[in-house]
Design a protein around this ligand. Structure first.
Ligand SMILES: [Mn+2]
Length: 284
């Protein structure tokens, strides 16, 4: 039995199936962990969403929510201003089972902890000031909001945006929920106090460091309070394969002709296949 952490799908269903064939995936015994961003930009988002939902409901897969998954929720809720021209979500929005798919999606978590291994999964990252147990509590705060009956009316009015980018334990209300959501689903760079920097999407210049900047990749800070667990994550398609700092990146840019990755937890081993999609990295 193996547990494979699969990088961002973003609608790349054919590549997912090729990857599962490549790793000799055993439906009955293997567990798949998806790092989120199941949908958008790629050609087969509906197939990806249905596939992961079915496996999750059978107890054979887990997923966490990514920023593109949140965009799908916003699009379904009718918040057009959050939907961009490069979105490819119409197929899902017009599907017969869209209500079931959305209902399932908004009940998925922002963070998962492995029952045996000292390992957690998030979509983008964890800011340095949160321990694992603190982060799990903050994830729960937003999960609870998403699962409320009135999620459409309240959540999508308030959850999107870049402010506040500084964390304080005393943050309340939607400001608090917005920081938490952004940290879990959009984090790449932050400072040692967890101030989020959203503009930059490229990889760090120099051996995972950015010279002369307070903003660094979230995982490099020596005093990071969550480094006692292995963290698997996706989201940062230009970062490349990181297996250091107790973190493992899995978004290896399938969408733009890079690779799709399956990281096996038991053996700490990477499997990948080359992909032929041609979307641009800046949109990934
Ligand atoms: Mn993402």
């Amino acid at each position: 039995m193996s547990t494979y952490v699969i990088g961002d799908l973003q609608g790349c269903y054919d590549e997912l199936q090729a990857l599962l064939t490549h790793i000799h995936y055993q439906t009955e015994t293997d567990m798949l962990w998806f790092v989120g961003d199941l949908v958008n930009r790629g050609p087969k988002s509906l197939e990806c969403l249905r596939f992961v939902k079915q496996l999750e409901q059978q107890g054979r897969a887990k997923t966490v929510l990514g920023n593109h998954d949140f965009h799908l929720l916003a699009a379904y809720a009718g918040f057009k201003k959050f939907v961009s021209k490069s979105d490819t979500l119409q197929e899902i929005l017009q599907a017969d089972d869209v209500a079931e798919l959305i209902d399932w999606l908004r009940h998925q978590p922002l963070m998962i902890k492995h029952p045996v291994f000292n390992t957690v999964m998030v979509h983008a990252g964890l800011p340095p000031q949160w321990s694992i147990s603190t982060a799990l509590c903050h994830a729960k705060e937003v999960e609870t909001l998403l699962q409320r009956e009135d999620w459409k009316n309240t959540l999508c009015h308030h959850l999107f945006g870049n402010a506040p980018n500084e964390w304080q334990d005393t943050l309340t209300g939607w400001d608090r929920a917005r920081y938490i959501t952004n940290a879990f689903t959009r984090l790449r760079y932050c400072d040692a106090n967890g101030t989020l920097e959203f503009k930059r999407k490229s990889a760090p210049e120099n051996n995972n460091q950015c010279p002369n900047s307070a903003y660094q990749p979230w995982f490099v800070f020596p005093n990071r309070k969550n480094k006692d667990h292995k963290i698997v994550f996706g989201h940062w398609s230009t970062l490349g394969e990181i297996d250091a700092y107790q973190v493992h990146s899995t978004d290896t840019g399938c969408l733009w002709g890079g690779k799709m990755t399956a990281y096996q937890l038991e053996q700490s081993h990477r499997f990948s296949i080359q992909c032929s999609q041609q979307c641009q990295p800046k949109k990934a």
